[in-house]
Design a protein around this ligand. Structure first.
Ligand code: DQA
Length: 143
């Protein structure tokens, strides 16, 4: 099983950025540990601050991976291009957030990508990524 974890803008700064919201552990460090917990899964990890690069990566993995964990960061709230791409690919995408976006500013309550995604997991801190991986493993089994 192949799972791609794609992170958008500023997620490379998790650990340093707003630790009261995102925690003080680096995402790289957390993801390196997460992938070790699933020796049977082949992971691809990708992060970019650029919308087009995220779309390129979604297109690259979106037709042969079993699923995608996507934290599109702020693009979640306004990128129609990413939403269109999620609709174009065949792999199920889990919209994932570290923070509980529904309890934050009102502009974060809007997700342009939600309806294109298979499900949304948000608000569990870094554990949101593990939960998203579990969701994909569970749901890929059912197919
Ligand atoms: C985020 C929430 C977004 O609103 C924000 O722009 C981010 C991170 C999260 O993981 O909680 O960059 O996606």
């Amino acid at each position: 099983m192949k799972i791609s974890i794609i992170n958008g803008p500023n997620l490379n700064l998790v650990g340093v950025r707003e630790p009261g919201i995102y925690g003080s552990r680096s995402l790289n460090d957390y993801l390196a540990e997460l992938v070790q917990q699933y020796p049977d899964v082949e992971f691809t990890l990708f992060q970019s601050n650029h919308e087009g690069a995220i779309i390129d990566q979604l297109q690259l993995v979106g037709f042969d991976h079993s699923g995608i964990v996507l934290n599109a960061g702020a693009y979640t709230h306004y990128s129609i291009a990413i939403a269109d791409c999620i609709r174009a690919i065949t792999a199920p995408v889990v919209e994932t957030h570290i923070s509980n976006v529904m309890e934050r500013e009102s502009f974060r309550h809007v997700s342009m990508i939600k309806d294109a995604c298979a499900t949304v997991i948000a608000g569990y801190g870094l554990d949101s990524y593990r939960r998203a991986v579990e969701w994909l493993i569970e749901n890929a089994k059912k197919k």
